[in-house]
Design a protein around this ligand. Sequence first.
Ligand code: FES
Ligand code: FES
Length: 173
Amino acid sequence: MTLSISLTVNGVRQDLAIDDPRVTLLDLLRDRLTLTGTKKGCDRGQCGACTVLVDGRRVNSCLSLALSLDGAEVLTIEGLAKGDALDPVQQAFIAHDGFQCGFCTPGQIMSAVGLLNEGETGDDPERIREGMSGNLCRCGAYAGIAEAVSTARRLRDETARPLRDEDETRRIA
Ligand code: FES
Ligand code: FES
């Protein structure tokens, strides 16, 4: 039996026929929508390479059944930048060499975005490391990843900070 679902993926509505109820979000993204930035590592919820955001929260897409997500908003690594403007997390990963081979990097970045959305870590490096512990990196780039997440958190705060009087003066001078 074929069922239909509707997802918004990276801002674009997708109406999809699903003929296998076991199809995962990961396979749907990679095989049907050719969004191969989301990586398949373990395919069993242990490495975090497949992390995407669903309704703003990070999930392992290899463990998420597509049929259960009807109506959801999905954000993948392909939808993170705004045109040529990289997300602060992407900028920080580059600045801190938060990767080597790059295989885990899309999942790391999406997990970091989700972690910052959760807003629980503050600037505590231990809590950042703990919050990112579901994302494995075989290259061992953990130091750069933790620094990148910390920097991205600060960048986000600065971007979100309301203009102070002197900022306003500078901006309009
Ligand atoms: S591929 Fe999903 S957690 Fe490893
Ligand atoms: S950068 Fe190679 S697995 Fe993380």
